[in-house]
Design a protein around this ligand. Structure first.
Ligand code: ADP
Length: 205
């Protein structure tokens, strides 16, 4: 693809609600949600990449950057080819990528970042409760252990949150992530609807 994917990044610590908001947003015409956590969890656990994912995620660590970005690129291309993602009429909502400076560099030629939604939850206890609930409901191994959750929170604070400084402040939208999913979605939509409309003003409706 010579043109870049028009994109909004969903940022937030584990438990802030990126998956919930991303999924709801992705169900609205004009938006396409892609989560790298889901991409990895959908891999065959017996495949080489599936095994690599498990090896890193059970420790709360990030999967190596080159492998992650290569897989992400292949999935985007496949979704486009299969007609699941329509880059000329849908705003791509990326959830979980990029997570560090190296990934940002590797992705630069493929994405045009028009906005960043930072889901902010100041209530750490609530976020931990959400992760524990998810461990029970979805059986996610990386949510079940306190030490693994702490490591993911630490990586977010140390390597992902500082990424915001790489982007112009006027495209960063801070959204209060505390509230019902519908209330938070309303806030997210206030930030992303103008971006989607401006990016695809010529697209067929
Ligand atoms: P959370 O944000 O709650 O930690 P995700 O579902 O986004 O969870 O990711 C789960 C795991 O998948 C991560 O801990 C990591 O091992 C792997 N992963 C997801 N996205 C990336 C990425 N961009 N780079 C490297 N590893 C990733």
């Amino acid at each position: 693809m010579t043109e870049k994917y028009r994109t909004v990044l969903l940022f937030g610590a584990p438990g802030a609600g990126k998956g919930t908001q991303g999924t709801m947003l992705g169900s609205i015409p004009g938006f396409h949600h892609f989560s790298t956590g889901e991409m990895f969890r959908n891999l065959d656990p017996y495949s080489d990449t599936g095994k690599t994912f498990r090896e890193y995620s059970v420790r709360g660590e990030l999967v190596p950057d080159e492998l992650t970005v290569d897989l992400w690129r292949e999935c985007m291309q496949a979704q486009w080819t299969l007609g699941i993602y329509h880059p000329f009429s849908e705003l791509l909502v990326l959830d979980g990528i990029p997570r560090n400076v190296r990934q940002t560099e590797l992705m630069a030629e493929h994405v045009d970042v028009l906005g960043i939604v930072l889901l902010q939850a100041t209530d750490q206890k609530l976020m931990l409760d959400r992760l524990r609930g998810r461990a029970l409901k979805e059986g996610r191994a990386d949510d079940a252990q306190e030490a693994v959750i702490k490591r993911r929170l630490q990586i977010f604070e140390e390597t992902t949150a500082p990424l915001l400084a790489e982007y112009p402040c006027d495209i960063v939208h801070r959204v209060d992530a505390i509230g019902s999913p519908a209330m938070v979605l309303k806030r997210v939509l206030e930030a992303v609807t103008p971006i989607q409309e401006a990016a695809f003003s010529n697209a067929l409706r």
